[in-house]
Design a binder for this molecule. Structure first.
Ligand code: AMP
Length: 418
């Protein structure tokens, strides 16, 4: 009997893993260039850590369970809450700012479709302790730098500010939980006019504000006109200053969108999303912003911002632009021409492995068949260990692309680079 994978999960074959590891390597490199340091947290957490801020409704989308001692646990649906739990438990007294990054699998009980899985990977950063506008600029810059380094061309950056909207709702007398409900509705693309009316909010300023989107200067001007004389204008000004600093990172191509709400309730200020236009319905490859969680998890209140890439969607976006190759670079195959040469072939392979990946022919194939295998596998170089050459202390090197073959002294092997 064969078994199949659980719904919404995937197996990754070697060709795919080469691509995934390459992209992961670039992501890690860029995170580290900005001073972010990796942390790792458990795959499961206490259920209450996840529901604390997101509410019990999130349980529908969780893999939650009781362990044998009756503890209520859940597989992590994202990594910000675990990272902030780690910060509160272990790092509150470290000097600030603290820059953390993570790369790990997450689990959500969702209806699977292209770009939406029940097990998926997130790569993200958390910047803890700085409230400066350039800190907002930095995290956006890190996300964009990753995409530029991967040479992704078709992506769209949209930046908003949920803090301004929360402030407007608060000054209209709307409670935190009502604010969460309204923001969630916006995130789902639903109209909020009704909700606002029910909550007793007069006028249409808030919905009009949330519809402002487009080129930075125009949107800021429209916002200033809409909110003329209001105290909140100070926040618009601060947001505009943040955009200036962000532009100093070389980011010019973006849209300001005050309708960005983000699904999770913990965002408190700047929010941003990045879309890969070629991906269709599940095109959001990155999301993040300023949030407040440490205090929710029993720590002191501290300014925090971060983002997460949906790593699998990033892979799909790169694939759609043909940016990924699955060949391993510079693989080598060593082929003995007969049984007697196997021992020597093993010794030759051991020398080559000091510098590069090298496989030994193991199927006792005849030379012709072994070369055909190398060809099919895209292996660029084959060393042939034959009796005659060996007698001269040499082997044959075949370049599979050109078909050229030349003799090489075994003594030279260690220095061979190509
Ligand atoms: P979120 O934690 O919901 O803000 O998600 C952060 C990123 O993770 C999103 O921008 C998506 O790219 C990705 N993501 C969220 N849910 C899934 C899923 N079920 N499958 C694949 N990627 C996902």
């Amino acid at each position: 009997m064969q078994f199949s994978r659980p719904r919404g999960t995937r197996d990754f074959l070697p060709g795919e893993m080469i691509k995934r590891r390459y992209v992961e390597g670039v992501v890690r490199k860029i995170f580290e260039r900005y001073g972010y340091k990796e942390v790792q947290t458990p795959v499961f957490e206490e259920l209450s850590l996840i529901t604390r801020k997101s509410g019990d409704e999130i349980r529908e989308r969780l893999y939650d369970f009781k362990d044998k001692s009756g503890r209520e646990l859940a597989l992590r649906p994202e990594l910000t809450a675990p990272a902030m739990r780690l910060y509160v438990n272990e790092m509150q007294f470290y000097s600030k700012p603290i820059r953390l990054y993570y790369f790990g699998n997450c689990f959500r009980y969702e209806r699977p479709q292209s770009g939406r899985y029940r097990e998926f990977w997130q790569a993200g950063v958390e910047l803890i302790g700085s409230d400066a506008p350039e800190a907002d600029g930095e995290i956006i810059a890190v996300a964009v730098d990753v995409l530029k380094s991967l040479e992704l061309k078709n992506f769209e950056l949209r930046i908003g500010n949920i803090g301004i909207i929360r402030k407007m709702l608060r000054s209209s007398g709307i409670s935190e939980s009502e604010q969460d409900r309204i923001i969630n509705a916006v995130d789902r693309g639903e109209s909020i006019e009704e909700l606002l009316k029910k909550a007793g909010v007069e006028g249409d300023k808030i919905p009009r504000f949330m519809k402002l989107a487009g080129e930075r200067r125009r949107v800021i001007r429209d916002a200033e006109l809409l909110l003329k004389g209001a105290e909140i204008l100070e926040d618009i000004k601060k947001f505009d200053e943040m955009l200036d600093l962000m532009e100093s990172y070389g980011i010019k191509d973006y849209t300001v969108d005050f309708g960005i709400a983000r699904g999770l309730e913990y965002y408190t200020g700047m929010v941003f999303e990045i879309y890969a236009d070629k991906l269709g319905a599940q095109k959001q490859i990155c999301g993040g912003g300023t949030y407040s969680l440490a205090d929710v998890f029993g720590g002191s209140k501290i300014s925090t911002r971060g983002f997460a890439f949906g790593f699998d969607r990033l892979m799909l976006a790169l694939e759609a632009e043909g940016k990924l190759k699955s060949e391993g670079d510079g693989r080598v195959l060593v082929v003995p021409t007969g049984e007697k040469m196997v021992g020597d072939a093993i010794r030759v392979a051991s020398v080559i492995r000091k510098n590069r990946p090298c496989e030994l022919e193991l199927m006792r194939k005849k030379l012709g068949k072994a070369l055909a295998y190398a060809d099919a596998e895209g292996i660029p170089f084959v060393f042939i260990v034959g009796e005659d050459e060996l007698a001269e202390g040499a082997i044959l090197l075949r370049n599979m692309k050109t078909g050229e073959q030349r003799k090489m002294k075994i003594d030279e092997l260690e220095k061979w680079r190509q």
